[in-house]
Design a protein around this ligand. Sequence first.
Ligand code: IVH
Length: 688
Amino acid sequence: MPSATDQKKLATKILAKIHTSSSRISQEEYADLADWVHELDYHYHTLDNPLVSDKEYDDFFHGLKQIESENPSWILSNSPTHRVGGAVLPVFTKGTHRLPMLSLANSYDPEDLIDFDQRIQNFLKTTSKFEYFCEPKFDGLSMEIIYENGVFTKALTRGDGVTGEDVTINVKTIKSIPLRLNSKKPPALLEVRGEVLILKEDFKSLNQFQEKEGLPTFANPRNAAAGSIRQLDSKISASRPLKFYGYNLGQYQGIEFSSQSDVYETFKELGIPTYSQATRVCSDIQEVVKFYKDLEETKSKLPFDIDGLVVKINSRALQDELGLVAKSPRWATAAKFKPDTAETVVEEIFCQVGRTGAITPVALMTPVKVGGVTVTYATLHNQEEIDRKDIRVGDTVVIQRAGDVIPEIIRSMPEKRSASSTPYRLPVHCPACKSLLHQHPDEAVVRCLNSECPAILKESLKHFASRRAMNIEKMGDRWIETFVDSGLVKSFADFYGLKKADLLNLDRQGDKSADNILKSIEHSKKTTLARFIYALGIRYIGETTAKHLADHFLTIERFVGATEDELMKVPEIGEKVAQSTLGWLGNPSHRNQVKDLISAGIMVAQAKVNTSGPLSGKSFLITGTLPIPRDQAQAQIQESGGKLLSGVSSKLNFLVAGEDPGSKLEKANNLGVTVVGWSDVLKMIENP
Ligand code: IVH
């Protein structure tokens, strides 16, 4: 293989050739560039030792994409560009494992390890010691990845052990998994088995992102990993921070392994990620028991969740001799760790009202330490969950904190319950406004539907003012509660009508702090359309969706007038978001709120300004009926760089008049504004 320096030189030359387009790129050059990007991926994601800067990487990657878009027949099935996802499947096809994927015998008691060792001695009719390979029991999703002649060809989930689901398109997006093995003479076949998981750090960020986007959060990293792999749209999988660690073999040909230590070493050489930092080769079972205890102590420092120790006879020859019992190998076992749990008492169950009116029951408990943190509250999710676990006020409950996951009540202890205890029922009326609560037949959650509920108002206002929405910096939650309780703020627009005297009338309100609040309110008026849409708090519209809507509609007015057809044209917007948006916009009180905000002086910057288009620097206003729908005409003007104004003034360059133009035409004529027809605009676009 050429050295990295030579490869880089070659790739840089190919890139230059693409950009100058002086001569055609050959298929061989395409393959060379693909090789180079593979190499860069391997150094970056697997070795954690990037060879080039991010910018340089992007250049090579985009070069490769460009060649592929011009020569689709050349695209290699394992091209590095496939990692970004894009393919969407109707369903997953099934695939049969060449060798079944077994399960491990397991126990929570480390003393059982001694029995395990004893059983092996008995089976092999010997009293000698065995060398054991110990490794973490990863708490993810097991996966088989198949390499044929060194090329990644397929990935199957475990499924029922015999047949799994073909999730190749999604596993390809996991950047640390090589699409080609790092070997000059790759084996004819190598089935790598291991675990797909999400690191604890990444899990936190993923849930923060989900929350911000108004999407459901995941209960734990395992669920998140499993959910991410089972996406039919591979772009979603590609966006999730998935990792893979190999630890076992399926079928293989043209390669040998002498021991489990050798499996780890060979995987590493081939570029397959392994986690060897938490493995140990032990010379007898006593050492294994000691390692189990060590790992239980230190497991919280690992970057991912583990639920125990896997112990394997190290020698592959001995493994073969030992074979299987039922559906588990005789040569391996799992010693699980007990999760951190604690007992405490539920003192009270109260209900929180969310921004969307969702009622969430929360248990207030006698504070107790579990897994190193003091816990006082635990969400009970909904009535179904409370019934399933039968949790009542006064109950002694077991709370568990597994890994970095938010502590939860796993069960109640009815044996410790007093005879007078009764099951908990969610209130029938909203705790804040006393209106009757509703439950949609398809949902587990109960909601308050009162549009004037003060609790919903407070949460909506908090969202509106939050940093990623309108960013009213000095407006803390406490202030919002005071404003609502005192009746000063009843809607978004009321923030903008607050006067200094109003603030000074409130308790403990100093002059300086009043000025600061008013300043930050004023400041927030200049915003972007994306932030504005996000701030409205429409269900399912998170930051990213808001950005897509803003890029499409460009002005508040067009967004407010959106039709279902047009919403469905916006990238990444489906039926659910479209319906929720239409429902919100269809409510007259919501439309009034938007109107009030505009009158209050909210200024939204143009979402997408095209400064190089044929109409750039010119302003337009449309009046009357044009030969094409007005919103299309507006979009075309903006796409060509033109600016749309909302009224006739001397600043207006062109009034575009259609049929029945009305009073605007007269005003434009009086001010000397140029009046044109739609065909003139088209001419300006075509012949600038
Ligand atoms: S070896 C016979 N090693 O545990 C199966 N499995 O109960 C041999 N697992 O489905 C598998 N960490 O998903 C092996 N270090 C590890 C493991 C591990 C987690 C999972 C695997 C398997 C399950 C078996």
